[in-house]
Design a protein around this ligand. Structure first.
Ligand code: AKG
Length: 250
């Protein structure tokens, strides 16, 4: 059984000033195995539909709807008290995704360029947190995630498509950032405004990861120029601790 210690004041301070913090081990034993199996299940389904994905990055999003082990982890996992320390007691599960970076050094398809998560969907206030969990040991060779310290201080940046035939959004960034080197089951947490990326997988094995985004339960979200809506006004959202404001039409 994993025993997770609360974040220290120094870790919380690091998150506030640098925009990220290593949480250490947040998933182990049977749970890690179950999440790997679930990831495999989604990959198999997607590969059967599109075999060309075998040397690209495979994403499976909002998987809580389709997997009890994944939903249980996202809504009751042992990392949640740490999330509460970072964003407060009223917490909404907002997004969850498996990301498997297949070996691709020859094709270069799986670079995930610099971006802020809020560059895809904005959250207000932007105090949402992403918990990126390694399902394999990750380092610079197999495409770990890299974060740019203090980049959250720059606010929400103007993201553009990487190229016309690529859906990734990105912003120009100077510098390399810091690689989040981790053992399987460990996590790094970063803010919705923290610039991060991942590079190629130069090994001969897939790099498996799962990440979860949590937002303050009273936050709003906006896609592009659409109107702002409460994060609770979305079928993917679940309150995982505390309460959310009650809508007028309830
Ligand atoms: O797991 C990765 O390689 C990066 C994924 C990522 O940053 C994202 O989906 O926002």
């Amino acid at each position: 059984m994993l025993s997770i210690q609360p974040l220290t004041q120094a870790q919380i301070e690091q998150y506030r000033t640098e925009g990220y913090v290593h949480l250490g081990p947040v998933m182990g034993g049977d749970t890690l195995e179950a999440l790997r199996e679930q990831g495999q299940h989604f990959r198999e389904v997607k590969l059967a539909r599109d075999p060309a994905l075998s040397n690209q990055t495979i994403f499976a999003s909002q998987v809580c709807h389709y997997s009890e082990p994944v939903r249980r982890y996202c809504t009751t996992g042992p990392h949640l008290p740490l999330v509460g320390q970072l964003i407060g007691p009223d917490v909404a599960l907002w997004f969850n995704q498996f990301v498997t970076k297949n070996p691709d050094a020859d094709t270069g398809r799986s670079e995930f360029p610099w971006h802020q998560d809020n560059g895809y969907v904005a959250i207000d206030p932007p105090t949402n947190v992403t918990v990126w969990i390694a399902l394999d040991d990750v380092d610079e060779r197999n495409g770990c995630v890299w974060v740019m310290p203090r980049s959250h201080e720059r606010g929400l940046l103007d993201h553009r498509r990487k190229s016309e035939d690529n859906w990734h959004l990105t912003v120009p960034v100077e510098g390399d950032g810091v690689p989040a080197v981790m053992k399987a089951g460990e996590a790094v947490a970063f803010t919705g405004l923290t610039l991060h990326r991942s590079k190629l997988n130069h090994t001969d094995r897939p790099r498996r990861a799962f990440f979860i985004e949590y937002a303050p339960a009273a936050a709003r979200y906006r896609r592009g120029d659409e109107p702002w809506r409460p994060v609770t006004d979305n079928s993917n959202t679940w309150i995982v601790s505390g309460t959310a404001p009650i809508p007028e039409n309830l």
